[in-house]
Design a protein around this ligand. Structure first.
Ligand code: HEM
Length: 503
């Protein structure tokens, strides 16, 4: 009896439900791939992407989609550019790809409970848990407790922590560069910088222990990415594979370190000698405030651990990608590198950058936006349909995944014009909303779930860029291979060797 029930459930999951969803989507005129049981398009996605990644881009072009997301690029060619909504299959789940900015905004603004983040793949859950994967009231509570730590006023107080990490890096580079110039893989160093910034801003004086978390999380990210496609195979998670065992062990170790840091901080708060100007202190304070106001436990220690772990992943991977692509692109476009340097010198001279000064940097901001447009660290944002809902002309059935394809919207000439693939920061001269038709700029997502760390990331990137531009001019090393590649975020597959010249 139990076996029959399990068999029916399985058949429904891998066969009947996908076929039913496919019929509903096609009957409304949507184009997409034909469902193939269990794997869907996983094999093609892996094959096409591996093929694309086996060779570098033919030139230093910014037309990265065919390499960074080859499957999507081929599907866009098959279905035609005019089709802003298509679908394909991630295992038995239909993924509806949306590249229309108005529909994207409507989906991101939806608070009705018809669309939510939905289930995260179990492998991804080892990497990210916490606010980013919560929904409904639980999400609202976590976000409310986290928000104060990311207020501009609080971020301003963290500027010295940002500064000391950036200073350490440029001092080291200066020693290495000497007077003749030196090749450095800036990707590696900027990843460490972003990890250090999170460690220092999150854990204040305990940042060295934070560094260990960063190393473990880095290893975790590599394992998870390697196993991601397999993890969609039903039942894979129960197998005692080497991968499954190692991800669990890393998770345990990271949680233990974070637990120790949290306990230590709680203790010093109780004894009154803690300074609460780092993220962990602000989080604990905000949690206490919540407890007083609502009389519930607020975030449990386990939930607090999830959030701290999330900052490492969400903040380090993305911000280091932004800073790396900025250095790569400014090496390709020396005129903009010089314009940015002149602005930095004009605003700060030899003085230490201040928060107010950073807010005056117009050219640097335009450059960062243009890099976020061409090389968005997060290529797409996902939501799951829980109750039938209409977006545009289509009624989406429960179970469909909606993927808002940030990179495709950022590279669409319909929104950005014929020079869409050119690096032209000038398009942001009058701000983000005037830069494109239909306001098609979503590097930090949008709506109520917009990235909580966007100001944090922009302050960090601006500050690092200021200090780098003042001390070095830089260009691409002959060893640089232009190979944008998606491993959760958009990365340079073969690193970013850049030659630094001391100024
Ligand atoms: C260039 C840097 C960054 C980019 C491009 C970026 C991008 C994003 C995007 C696209 C989302 C939305 C995901 C969705 O809607 O499903 C997001 C959410 C989030 N980001 Fe960032 N992020 C960056 C930096 C940071 C930093 C520095 C932190 C923290 C230290 C951070 C913490 C978060 C968190 C906690 C969320 C979840 C918010 C929620 O669901 O309420 N991010 N980020």
């Amino acid at each position: 009896m139990l076996a029959a029930w399990a068999a029916i459930r399985m058949l429904n999951w891998v066969l009947w439900q996908p076929r039913r969803l496919e019929r509903i989507l096609r009957s409304q005129g949507l184009k997409g791939t034909i469902y193939r049981p269990i794997r869907g398009d996983l094999k093609d996605i892996a094959r096409f992407d591996a093929e694309a990644c086996s060779k570098p881009m033919p030139s230093l072009s910014h037309d990265i989609i065919p390499r960074a997301s080859n499957f999507l690029s081929r599907k866009a060619e098959t279905y035609g550019k005019e089709n802003k909504v298509t679908f394909h299959w991630m295992g038995p789940l239909p993924r509806v790809l949306i590249t229309d900015p108005d529909q994207t905004r409507e989906i991101l603004a939806n608070k009705t409970g018809e669309i939510e983040k939905g289930e995260f793949n179990y492998m991804i859950r080892y990497l990210v848990r916490g606010v980013v994967q919560l929904d409904g009231e639980k999400w609202a509570k976590h976000r409310k407790i986290l928000n104060p730590a990311f207020h501009l006023e609080k971020l301003k107080r963290m500027l010295p922590a940002f500064s000391s990490c950036c200073d350490e890096l440029v001092d080291r580079w200066e020693m290495m560069a000497g007077t003749t110039g030196k090749e450095v893989d800036v990707f590696v160093d900027l990843q460490s910088l972003a990890g250090d910034v999170i460690s220092r801003t999150a854990f204040g004086s305990n940042f060295k222990e934070g560094r260990k978390i960063f190393e473990l999380q880095d290893e975790q990210a590599h394992i998870v990415v390697g196993a991601l496609l397999k993890s969609h195979i039903p039942g894979y998670k129960y197998l005692p594979t080497k991968t499954n065992t190692r991800v669990k062990a890393i998770d345990k170790e990271v949680r233990e370190i974070l637990l120790r840091l949290i306990r230590k901080r709680e203790e010093s708060m109780r004894s009154g000698d803690a300074k609460n100007d780092d993220v962990l202190g602000l989080l604990l304070e905000s949690n206490l405030q919540h407890r007083r106001e609502y009389g519930d436990v607020g975030l449990t220690t386990d939930e607090m651990i999830d959030e701290c772990k999330l900052f490492y992943f969400a903040g380090q991977e993305t911000t280091s990608a932004l800073m790396t692509w900025t250095m790569v692109v400014l090496s390709m476009h020396q005129d903009w590198q010089e314009r940015a340097r002149q602005e930095v010198l004009q605003v700060f001279g030899k003085e230490k950058p201040t928060y107010d000064g950073l807010s005056q940097l117009k050219t640097v901001t335009m450059i960062l936006y243009e890099v976020l447009r061409l090389y968005p660290p997060v290529l797409g944002v996902q939501r799951q349909v829980l109750k039938s809902l209409k977006i545009g002309d289509v009624v989406y059935p429960p179970g469909a995944m909606l993927v808002l394809s940030v990179v495709q919207m950022h590279h669409d000439p319909d929104y950005w014009g014929k020079d869409v693939l050119e690096f032209n920061p000038e398009r942001f001269a009058e701000g983000v909303s005037k830069a494109s038709e239909k306001n098609a700029f979503f590097p930090f997502s949008g709506g109520h779930r917009i990235c909580i760390g966007q100001n944090f990331a922009l302050i960090e990137a601006k500050l690092a860029l200021c200090l780098i531009l003042r001390r070095f001019s830089f260009d691409l090393s002959p060893a640089y291979i232009h190979a944008p590649h998606t491993v959760i975020t958009l990365k340079p597959q073969h690193g970013a060797p850049i030659i630094l010249h001391r100024l």
